[in-house]
Design a binder for this molecule. Sequence first.
Ligand SMILES: [Zn+2]
Ligand SMILES: [Zn+2]
Ligand SMILES: [Zn+2]
Ligand SMILES: [Zn+2]
Length: 556
Amino acid sequence: MSQGAEQRSCKKCKGTFQIEPEDFEFYLRMNAPAPLLCPDCRFKQRAQFRNERILYTSTCALCKKSIISTYHPASPYTVYCLECFDGDGWDPLSYGSAYDAGRPFFDQMGELLLRVPKKALGITGGSNNINSDYTNTAANNKNCYLLFNTSNCEDTMYSRGLKDCRDTIDAYFGIGMERCYEAVNVQQSSGVVFGHNVTNCVDSWFLLNCTDCMNCFGCVNLRHKNYCWFNEQLSKNEYDVRLNEVFGSYKKIIEMQKKFQDFSLSFPRRENNNMKSEDCTGDYLFSSKGLRDCYEITEGENCKYMFSSKVIKDSYDTFGYGYGSELLLDCAATGYANRVIGSYWVEHGHDCEYCFFTLSSDNCLGCDGLKKNSYCILNTQYDEQSYHALRAQIVQSLKDSGAYGMFFPPEIAPFAYNETVAQDYMPLTKEQALSEGFRWQDDLPNTTGKETLISQDIPDNIADVPTTISKEILACVDCRRNYKITTQELAFYKKMALPIPRRCFNCRHGDRIMRRGPMKLFARSCAKCAKDIKTTFAPDRPEIIYCEMCYQQEVL
Ligand SMILES: [Zn+2]
Ligand SMILES: [Zn+2]
Ligand SMILES: [Zn+2]
Ligand SMILES: [Zn+2]
């Protein structure tokens, strides 16, 4: 007999949330109770285990070489470089302990997390990154810098969520880009500058929701166009004259950016940016079906509350990875896996619960750093029968406390809230984070006041910028944070006739996340046919939002 929908009050933020009949069916399948926390509180909790972008210089505790690490040098964790961590020089089972039924399980798990060495970066063995030290959660990249959650890229910098890109700077979520700059959801395009929701476009600037365009500037909702300027058809000559007036100048680009923002508000937008997907709610969903409240998912099926995963089905509340995974519940960075609950970075495994970085393992509960193990609890080996008996006892205690089926509690997170992607997607002030039970890091690796060149003294046009600028320290005009321009980056700006950015990577990245839109759905009605729609555009926003059908009729 199926259970009806149930309204719950979040144990943490007191907000109401709904458990639907199909949710109860999923939780039953996972043999886990329905959660006591709302989807947002659950997201914050698992995102707090994922530090993607805050990198420190530190020392490997085993070989003593200098490393780049996601762990703060003053953090209590023992951190190994990638080679030492993947090597045979340490035994994760030697850190095991027997479960003490008289103490809370997560206290014991937190102690284990502190004892077992940690991998400096979220990079899997054999991930084949070449000359790309300052990258994280990344694989098969070459000559890349400050690149996160990205694979198969070359000469690409300051970006997140890319695949198969070349020679691209400042991008968020895209595939197959070449010579692109300031991109959000740009696919199979080259030479696109300030593109948002762009497919198959070439040599164009400021495009929103455009496909198959070439040599267009400041255009919205165009298909198969050439030489358009703010949606007006020009001749090649007229177009070139106007473009030459803007080329390379910081002042002109800022002016055009503002003009384009205002201009784009007069055009309708689609309720979402999903492609080749059916029966889905959420945004940036590709080749998917049956997704609810999901964001940035490719080839997903029957999932809910997911973010940034590929090839995944029958899962709830996961963040990142996927790749053939199914039956995941409240996991982060878990891939090639099935039947995994409340875990971080389980890879090629099944039937794992509350594990942290556990590879090619199965039937493990509360383990950290294991490789090719079975029937372990708190890094202690059991025989199959004893494992199942003890596991049942621990799972029951977790169910009794209401924790089973949800992620690790924030008290044992290895990172502070503001070191992680939680802060990128659900930003909190220090006071808010502390009051919600998260840690806060005051000492992030950034400096202010060390600038050797102030913004006003940077030449307006990139043509006038001397190569010595890569030796200078600049200061972000918004947050005052110091930043530098690498020689590789400068060559890109010169080649693309782009001005030197006056804002730091952090502010630029935050901007792109804003441009992508919130991970929240609002009920609105189509501005044309008044049909009910679900969109990430809040009802009070100025954009004109159309349902899928009205949008297609108007634009195509
Ligand atoms: Zn909540
Ligand atoms: Zn080492
Ligand atoms: Zn800044
Ligand atoms: Zn409509």
